[in-house]
Design a protein around this ligand. Structure first.
Ligand SMILES: Cc1cc2nc3c(=O)[nH]c(=O)nc-3n(C[C@H](O)[C@H](O)[C@H](O)COP(=O)(O)OP(=O)(O)OC[C@H]3O[C@@H](n4cnc5c(N)ncnc54)[C@H](O)[C@@H]3O)c2cc1C
Length: 488
């Protein structure tokens, strides 16, 4: 079969494009090299929906961020992912920084960022954010900024796209592309796919994909950012807190998550290895010190996890969204921050490009933009829970005690469209393993459930795909085999 469109890359960019295009009467598929979608940069970032005042006006990412932020309201209503507009502060600790913040406020308002205000009244600032350092001299308040769960949003996008007919193929690393007589033949490690149009949303690997078609006009370098995540309910922050920005990043922020944790990070370190997600003592020290400048009482002892994410930094420092010289091939590359914020606006731009290419964009009669809200134990009232449990006892079988996740939620995550097939896949959909014990208690149970529901041996259950198997067999079986070999 020849698809109308193939999308390469199942991060937030590829999945937003897939979901946006799923309303049209088109045959679409998405190819992802990892065992699951949302496994690249989309998995590890700050999860901030930026207001849009930060980037320089010369970059397209500025406008796409401002538009993208606005588009979150409708997307959130339709797709039911965790998102809250809590607002952000850029914190000035010296008088000299105030002028810069005022400049950002003025330009931001002119460009359509709503309700930006400079607050210099220290008492008011401390009322709004009591934990903030006493050294604060002023803040730029952006009420439209928000927090989102980037991977839960991406799963919601993929689910809705799949409901509307998009085919998702995981474990499909694109290794070669041919373009002949207006047909792309995309070779993966597992097979071949053909399409009339091809969208490159391969994140850190996007320049490699572009080069497969002879288009060598940009490079992507990874820039690492490290984080420390604190346990839930150890610190209550009302706002996303940024320091006054530096040239290479928005600085080390302290931020609440949609699930009630707090994190500090990221720093910014240029590296070469596209897979280097290590954290370092020096990096963690840097972010702790940075965070404590804003929140001196960071709950340092309640750290539950360190992790790192890699920004896909293009040499242009801006998003590369191009209808290229290869007819039907669209690059959506270099989607560094604020790519998560901009994704809905980026997808609209891709729609425009496809129209320019003459793709017939007829909305399907049966398009359904609603992805039902996943049922969560922790969201039910006592009465609702009683009813649920009476009908289905699996609602009462708690697998993850830290996050209170029952077996039913895990089964639902496995059988959802584009459902979980790995331990991490379950974790990033419904949170077992996200809590204080980091899966120490629930992981074996999750493995058993995956094995039973997918009907595969437990030894084949992986953490996140190939070569990440967790067990090799039963200890008893090994001993029996050894005894047999020894003739005992
Ligand atoms: C430290 C950090 C903090 C950030 N904070 C924010 C923030 O607060 N707000 C914000 O708006 N943005 C933020 N960003 C940016 C945001 O995370 C990215 O813009 C966004 O996640 C990019 O998504 P993507 O889909 O383009 O890339 P990815 O998520 O990397 O997806 C690309 C996908 O393509 C797949 N792929 C690659 N090669 C192939 C191949 N050959 N075949 C098949 N599949 C392939 C990969 O496996 C991957 O799943 C941050 C980024 C970082 C690193």
């Amino acid at each position: 079969m020849i698809y109308d469109i193939i999308i390469i890359g199942g991060g937030v960019t590829g999945c937003t494009i897939a979901r946006t295009l799923s309303k049209y009467d088109l045959n679409i598929c998405l190819l992802e090299k990892e065992a699951d979608i949302a496994s690249g940069t989309t998995k590890a970032n700050s999860g901030v929906v930026h207001a849009g005042y930060a980037a320089d006006r010369k970059y397209i990412k500025r406008n796409l961020c401002i538009q993208g932020n606005k588009l979150y309201t409708q997307a959130h209503e339709e797709l039911n992912f965790p998102f809250r507009r809590i607002g952000s502060f850029v914190v000035a600790l010296e008088d000299i920084q105030i002028g810069e913040l005022e400049e950002k406020r003025k330009k931001g308002l002119q460009d359509g960022v709503p309700d930006l205000e400079l607050i210099l009244d220290k008492e008011k600032i401390k009322q709004m954010e009591p934990n903030l350092t006493d050294k604060v001299v002023g803040v730029l308040h952006a009420p439209s900024a928000g927090i989102v769960s980037p991977y839960e949003m991406t799963h919601a996008l993929a689910e809705n796209a799949a409901m509307n007919g998009v085919k998702f193929f995981r474990n499909q690393e694109v290794i070669k592309i041919r373009h002949q007589e207006y047909v792309f033949t995309v070779k993966t490690g597992e097979g071949e796919f053909q399409s009339n149009n091809l969208i490159n949303a391969a994140g850190l690997y996007a320049s490699r994909i572009s080069k497969m078609l002879g288009l060598d006009y940009f490079d992507i370098m990874p820039r690492k950012g490290q984080y420390i995540l604190f346990d839930r309910n150890m610190l209550h922050l009302n706002k996303i807190l940024f320091p006054s920005p530096t040239k290479v990043s928005k600085g080390i922020l302290v931020c609440p998550t949609v699930h009630g944790n707090t994190f500090v990070g990221p720093n910014a370190q240029n590296i070469v290895d596209l897979d280097d997600l290590s954290t370092t003592t020096a990096g963690l020290k840097e972010i702790l010190e940075g965070g404590m400048k804003l929140i001196p009482n960071l709950p340092v002892r309640s750290s539950i996890r360190n992790f790192a994410g890699l920004r896909a930094v293009p040499d242009t420092m801006d998003f590369i969204i191009d209808n290229t010289d290869v007819y039907g091939f669209i690059n959506v590359a270099g989607i560094l921050s604020p790519g998560l914020t901009s994704c809905f606006a980026i997808a609209e731009r891709v729609e425009e490009f496809l129209e320019l290419l003459g793709v017939e964009m007829k909305v399907k009669d049966d398009y359904n933009p609603i992805r039902p809200k996943p049922e969560r134990f922790t969201n039910f009232t006592r009465e609702e829970l009683d009813k649920k449990i009476k009908k289905d006892p699996l609602w009462a079988r708690i697998v993850c005690r830290c996050e209170t996740i029952p077996e039913r939620e895990i089964i639902n995550a496995i059988h959802a469209p584009v459902g979980a097939t790995t331990v991490d896949g379950v974790k990033f959909r419904c949170r077992p393993g996200m809590g204080r014990c980091q899966g120490g208690f629930c992981r074996p149970r999750v493995m058993e459930i995956l094995s039973r529901e997918l009907n595969i041996p437990i030894e084949e259950i992986t953490k996140r795909g190939e070569d990440t198997n967790i067990v090799v067999g039963k200890t008893k079986d090994f001993i029996l085999r050894k005894l047999e070999q020894e003739g005992r």
